[in-house]
Design a protein around this ligand. Structure first.
Ligand code: PLP
Length: 444
């Protein structure tokens, strides 16, 4: 029967109708369970159906769910901003709340431009980003995104922002040896800035660990320190897009902490509310905000539902839950064990080329031949076939683009809730093993 929901079933056939969720499991109306090994779209960081969050939601709904941000602030919004300032290092003390990750990066872009306008440098309006990146689906966010498949239909309408090579050491875009390259991909930022002129550039944006556009690509140590230094030398703001990596996903509160770099602007989404409600944020340092506070005193951005008390209360409860249950440390520990288990699967199947990641943000890239890293034959939609089989076997996996062109490669992301137990990790590995075996036998 045709589904009335406008969400088109992209995986072929109708979607199952979900009935409820509990912990790392989702249950459909037929009673089948799905181990949520992707946390939806790397979002359900604390798992499903947590009573404390439901209680916080009810309590706030009983008081007030919505006030317009240009008329009132609210206790939950103020407390949430304070909590984010506490959880982040350095000077990230100014939160601007929105409703999705795309709105957060779009806001970061606009605040970076406004920062320079209010400093009397309106020419500084270009944003540099990287190929193999995803910053969101709205036009500004998509203009900054190096995700060819998601850009394709809209390319003609996008801003032509400059982009630099990603630190994809598994297949170096510059065809260099990662041991001797001297981090040429980071130096590309310097060359690009010189070519365009620092006077024309507002900011550089990057995901600390590349998510949907590459499948959990972790940069080499020293890479982000180098980029931050280049940004400082050329008076360019550094935006860390932590929409996917923020609040414990990679085993640190922020993934950028791995390299001790303090961004000028950070964006959050997804795990900020664990999916319990739509909320996201752009968070700025005093340095970024000062010219605005001393100037127009108004950020030209925001949406009707920005900072609504209901979402802020839920997000606050989720972040407190992450802290109270040591989920950042758990993510780091479980991630190490899970990567070990996944590497065993990597030895078992010839079509698994690479396993990488940090904490519970793990990527698996597929190849025809491990030594040449050649792509699997054209015509086999590897990622979607594996995801479809996973659905049948009760395990949810997240697709990622891969390959130097971002089109011909195939990868998945494994990113269960940070609350997953060791037994549930074993179950995850078992269901994934069955799925990969069936892919090998039935599709390849
Ligand atoms: N930034 C990153 C790093 C993301 O991974 C995503 C979504 O996958 C976004 C931004 C956009 O977030 P949303 O889908 O909530 O708009």
């Amino acid at each position: 029967m045709e589904q009335s929901s406008l969400i088109k079933p992209v995986l072929g056939g109708a979607y199952p109708t979900i009935s409820h969720g509990e912990g790392v499991f989702l249950y459909d109306k037929e009673g089948k369970n799905y181990l949520d090994a992707s946390s939806g779209a790397v979002t359900a960081n604390i798992g499903h159906g947590v009573q404390e969050i439901i209680d916080a939601m009810k309590k706030q709904a009983n008081q007030v769910s919505f006030v317009y941000r240009s008329q009132f602030t609210s206790e939950p919004a103020e407390k949430l901003a304070k909590k984010i300032a506490e959880l982040t290092k350095g000077e990230l003390n100014y939160s601007f709340f929105v409703n999705s990750g795309s709105e957060a990066t779009e806001t970061a872009l606009k605040i970076a431009i406004q920062h320079w306008q209010e400093k009397g440098k309106p020419k500084k309006h270009k944003i540099i980003s990287r190929w193999m990146s995803y910053h969101g689906i709205t036009m500004g966010a998509l203009s900054m995104s190096g995700h060819p498949i998601r850009r394709e239909r809209f390319t003609a309408m996008l801003e032509s922002y400059p982009s630099v090579s990603p630190p994809y050491c598994y297949r170096c875009p510059l065809q260099l040896d990662p041991h001797t390259c001297g981090m040429a991909c980071a130096k590309e930022l310097e060359a690009t800035i010189r070519r365009i002129g620092g006077d024309n550039i507002a900011a550089f944006i990057a995901e600390p660990v590349i998510g949907a556009a590459g499948g959990a690509i972790v940069p080499p140590d020293g890479y982000f320190q180098k980029l931050k230094k280049i940004c400082e030398e050329h008076d360019i703001l550094f935006i860390a897009d932590e929409v996917m990596t923020g609040f414990g996903r990679t085993g640190k509160m922020l993934a950028s902490e791995y390299w001790d770099v303090e961004p000028d602007i950070v964006t959050f989404g997804k795990g900020m509310s664990g999916g319990y409600t739509p909320i996201a944020a752009a968070v700025m340092t005093r340095k970024v905000m000062e010219p605005i506070m001393n100037g127009s005193q108004s950020i030209i951005g925001g949406h009707t539902l920005s900072a609504n008390p209901l979402s802020c209360a839920v997000s606050l409860a989720v972040l407190e839950y992450v802290e109270k249950n040591n989920l950042v440390e758990k993510s780091a520990d479980r991630g190490k064990n899970l990567i070990r288990g996944l590497k065993k699967l990597g030895e078992k199947y010839s079509f698994i080329g690479d396993i990488r990641g940090r904490g519970l943000l793990i990527g698996m890239e597929f190849v025809q031949d491990k030594s040449t890293k050649s792509s699997l034959p054209k015509g086999v939609d590897v990622t979607n076939e594996i995801i479809k089989l996973g659905m049948k076997n009760g395990i949810l996996l997240y697709p990622a683009a891969a390959g130097l062109d971002g089109v011909t490669g195939a990868a998945i992301i494994i990113s269960p809730p940070l609350t997953i137990s060791e037994d549930e990790c074993a179950e995850l590995l078992m269901r994934l093993d069955i799925t990969l075996r069936q892919f090998n036998e039935q599709i390849l």
